[in-house]
Ligand binder design. Sequence first.
Ligand code: ZN
Ligand code: ZN
Length: 420
Amino acid sequence: MTADSAVSAVLTGLEDSRPWQEDLYRDVHQHPELSHQETRTAGLAADRLRSAGFEVHERVGGTGVVGVLRNGDGATVLLRADMDALPVREQTGLPYASEVTATDADGNEVPVMHACGHDMHVACLAGAAQLLADGKEHWKGTLIAVFQPAEETADGARGMVDGGLGDLVPTPQAALGQHVMPLPAGQVCTRSGPALSAADSMRITLHGRGAHGSMPQAAVDPVVLAAMIVVRLQTIISREVVPGETAVLTVGSIQAGTKSNVIPDQAVLQLNVRTFTDTTRSTILDGIKRIVRAECQASSCPKEPEFELFDQFPLTDNDGATTDQAASAFTDFFGDRAGPVGQQSASEDFSDIPDALHAPYSFWFIGGIDKDQYDAAEKAGRVAQDIPVNHSATFAPVIQPTLDTGTQALVVGALAWLAA
Ligand code: ZN
Ligand code: ZN
């Protein structure tokens, strides 16, 4: 059977799966769960996989769920969806909007919303898994479905790897994932090479010497030191990164002192770095430490500065051959609704899974914005102002054609290997 005829045979089941997938989407949307707390969502995913005939592993690295469907000799394909929501108060006005609150990792009561569209990823993968299981006479190989927790905290994929994912599944020939984005619904966009930036956050503690504000000679002023560092750090981007390379360094938080006439004894900076190559990433991270240490020495700090890295997302660097294979299957199926897209400055922890399994991967984007609304905004030159983006309180994909498209993309992508 050719891949094309396998795709149409498997996707005949979409008429039947669409109603429950839409119900599942609304249900998960209305019951969002914070990172590492996705027990209800994981339970729904596991139930679906079990009834579709998958071998199911639950609580992999916390709340992760892994389904394996062995269907004879052939390639192994891994499909991944993330499950977690964000501490955002939903303002979409949708009838299925979330009113959920939960206790976050710091013990605070926070509103919770699927503001990044991971509920859509869950509903798409649940549907694709069911369709491929129901249509398994049309393909051969092994299908792995991964429902991953805690993407938003950058540690869910790593957690599943540390929790033994590699022992539960064979090595995939292709690992595939997708994300809903503020693009017209119905579109599927691919990109070879670096597609999503690596992200690193760093907390820097500077140690000065406190004194009376009138007696600076007795102090090592960490406020002046911090100010010098903030300015000097921007020279890494302008003077050390190769021109033409995209890189961002933002100092998002600077904290020191309590009173106008007291020189404090420390300052804390928090900064965020986005890069698209490993070389640029180490140039910047090494440069930060070098500059901070040198400025501390210039100020005669009594103690070395401290550096703490957190919220680190790997680079999503799509394999060329894998992306070409998926992209050509998408073009065959979606026609002009499939196409290439530029680098996105967002970040993902998806690639931690294929990197640990030594599998090539491709991660693509699906649109989630009503096409008429998007076209009108584009015509008026107001896409940035009028189209809600991920993580905003008004971001919720239109259910259709987003859900059908995301489900079809996973099926078409998987069959590009399994029906070959
Ligand atoms: Zn997100
Ligand atoms: Zn996301």
